[in-house]
Design a protein around this ligand. Structure first.
Ligand SMILES: [Zn+2]
Length: 124
């Protein structure tokens, strides 16, 4: 694993966000974790429509990039400012972005977030 990714996984902020959202009290960087698509701290529900079961690493990287923003807010900022808004000249965040979205264009990333990272009931 790249050094930057290791650093991300160890960061305090990161652990804080991933803990909030994954299974209570379990710090599992690998294996299935439960991600709330709309964070509970932002009014997201604790039901199956709002929960995505994902591996610990992409889960952590998502929160590293987008903190506890809602998918709608992420898409809005992405449309307005592009990915640089989230990457903020950070090599770590650039790697996190690459890991999650690969070489996709910003438009394709928006489609990916709508499809894979949003509660389907709120995406019309
Ligand atoms: Zn999460």
């Amino acid at each position: 694993m790249a050094k930057c990714l290791k650093k991300i996984r160890k960061s305090k902020k990161h652990r804080k966000y991933s803990k909030k959202c994954s299974n209570a009290g379990q710090n599992r960087p690998r294996g299935a974790t439960r991600h709330h698509l709309v964070p509970r701290s932002r009014g997201g529900k604790n039901n199956s429509e709002n929960i995505k079961v994902i591996d610990g690493l992409p889960h952590q990287l998502w929160h590293r990039l987008f903190l506890n923003w809602t998918p709608r807010e992420v898409i809005k900022a992405l449309k307005a400012c592009g990915r640089d808004f989230f990457i903020r000249d950070s090599k770590e965040l650039e790697q996190a972005w690459q890991y999650l979205f690969g070489g996709r264009s910003d438009e394709a990333v928006i489609e990916c977030i709508k499809r894979d990272w949003s509660p389907q009931t709120t995406v019309a």
